[in-house]
Design a protein around this ligand. Structure first.
Ligand code: ZN
Ligand code: FE
Length: 260
């Protein structure tokens, strides 16, 4: 299998998995980049996996379904273009011979789900693959539009507990701006400084900084590190009233919202 990010809009990625004959895509906010790639490569689109209801993730679903007959899967608790097979926490689906486990990851939206393939070989690599939509970004996390800080913290905890080698396929190229914020939170984090240099070189030649890995995110992402003393101390400078885990996480998210 091949795993590739198709760029869309200004900073979205539509992830595609294909076996040279059949393909699936995740969160096609725009149909055109998918059509173009399918045509160029002679692929048949079999399935569309949706993580949440935002337009930049579902905008291309109807056009793709109408033209290819692809089956659409999505979160049971959100309004996704119909027909869409509804998925809940704990469900497992088989697409292109790959098994995907479904996780509920509320926070960015109330019904947001993620797809996790433990057994997969893609790009000659057998590390698991995670499609996490706008829940986990490299160096950051999604904004809390519909969920609470406690929900987002629990969702990120669940993702952070996946095997370290897991390839994290996020839907946006936000890495460099996330890492600038991460450095403000943890100026002494050497792994972070190293990763910034790596990502700057990638972006200079317009290459994606993704997929990331769970192991890397545990070392550099302040939103997976909000209980560590260094992060707690930094957050206290931004908001001295933040105290429990959810409160510190909430303050960290607030800090990021206003960070330029
Ligand atoms: Zn979104
Ligand atoms: Fe998005």
């Amino acid at each position: 299998m091949k795993l590739i990010p198709l760029p869309a809009f200004s900073d979205n990625y539509i992830w595609m998995l294909h076996d040279a004959r059949r393909a699936l895509v995740v969160d096609p906010g725009d149909a055109q980049p998918v059509f173009d790639f399918l045509q160029q490569s002679g692929l048949q689109l079999e399935a569309i996996l949706v993580t949440h209801h935002h337009a930049d993730h579902v905008g291309g679903v109807n056009a793709l379904r109408e033209r290819t007959g692809a089956r659409v899967w999505g979160p049971a608790r959100e309004r996704i273009p119909q027909p869409c097979s509804p998925l809940h926490q704990g469900d497992r689906i088989d697409v292109l011979g790959v098994g995907f486990d479904v996780f509920d990851v509320p926070g960015h939206t109330a019904g947001h789900i993620a797809y996790y393939a433990a057994d997969i070989t893609a790009n000659d690599d057998s590390a698991p693959v995670l499609f996490c939509g706008d829940t986990l970004f490299s160096g950051g996390c999604g904004r809390l539009f519909e969920g609470t800080p406690a929900q987002m913290l629990a969702s990120l905890d669940a993702l952070a507990a996946l095997p370290g080698a897991t390839r994290v396929c996020c839907t946006h190229e936000y890495t460099l701006s996330n890492l600038r914020f991460a450095q403000a939170v943890e100026p002494g984090n050497a792994d972070l400084a190293h990763h910034v240099a790596h990502c700057e070189a990638l972006r200079k030649r317009l290459a994606p900084t993704l997929p990331s890995s769970i192991e890397l995110e545990r070392r550099i992402n302040p939103f997976l590190r909000s209980r560590l003393p260094t992060v707690v101390r930094s957050v206290a400078q931004f908001d001295p009233s933040a105290h429990d885990e959810a409160g510190i996480f909430a303050a960290l998210r607030e800090w990021k919202n206003g960070f330029r």
